[in-house]
Each structure stands twice: as structure tokens, then as C-alpha cells.
Write a protein that binds this ligand. Sequence first.
Ligand SMILES: Nc1nc2c(c(=O)[nH]1)N=C([C@H](O)[C@@H](O)CO)CN2
Length: 124
Amino acid sequence: MDRILIEALDVETTIGVYEWERTITQRLRLDLELATDIRPAAAADDIGLTLDYAAISQRIHAFAAEHAFALVETFAERLAACLREEHGIAWLRLTVRKPGAVASAAAVGVTITRGTPPSSEEDR
Ligand SMILES: Nc1nc2c(c(=O)[nH]1)N=C([C@H](O)[C@@H](O)CO)CN2
């Protein structure tokens, strides 16, 4: 199955388990792989027949601005559900990194995959 990519998308959100983290916004860095068949869009050269990565990126910024969670796990799970529901995405992989959260690490975070990857002959 083909995949639409969104890599190193930086968003600002309220996130953290500590009291002081509830009063500020912090940066999360997101990587996404979204399964879709790109052939109809490519054949017709039509943005309406694919997942619009610009529109999805905008939606992610809005989601981050609208929500405040303690855990990056919750952010990832809720965002994945939101994107799958609103865009009919059958399968996705989402990595959420919180740069600077652990001073001795470049980043910490989570990777989740949700849904069933639609199979195609090319994958066999
Ligand atoms: N598995 C997790 N561990 C931790 C998280 C988290 O979201 N998931 N969060 C924190 C704190 O908010 C930390 O990022 C503040 O620097 C600690 N551990």
C-alpha cells in the first residue's frame, strides 16, 4: 500500500505530567505515514482523490492548539483517532517526539500504528 508522508512536523501544545507544564506550551515533533492508494489521484492528477498532506498538517496544528494532555501517549492516541475518523485513513503510523524533555536525550516519545494496512498486490 502506498503511503503519504508528513515528516518532522513541529506543533505547539500544552503537554506534560508536571504542574508547571500545564501553564506553558511546548514543541512536539511528529512523523506520520498514512496508508492510501495514490493511483486514482495520480491517474487523474486530482488533489481531491488523495489525502491532502497540507490540509492534514493544518488539522494537526489545530488539534494541538485545542487540546492539553499530560502524556504524549494520550496526544498520539487521540490524534490518530481524530485523523482516522475525519479522513477515513485505514492505517497510520504516528511518531510523537518531545525534544528537550530529557536533557541527555535528543528526544523522547512514542510510535504507534493503528488500523489494518490495506493489502495490495505490490506488497505481496
Ligand atoms: N511515557 C511517558 N513518560 C513521561 C511523560 C510522558 O508523556 N510519557 N512525560 C513526562 C514529563 O511530562 C516530562 O516530559 C517533562 O520533562 C515524564 N515521563
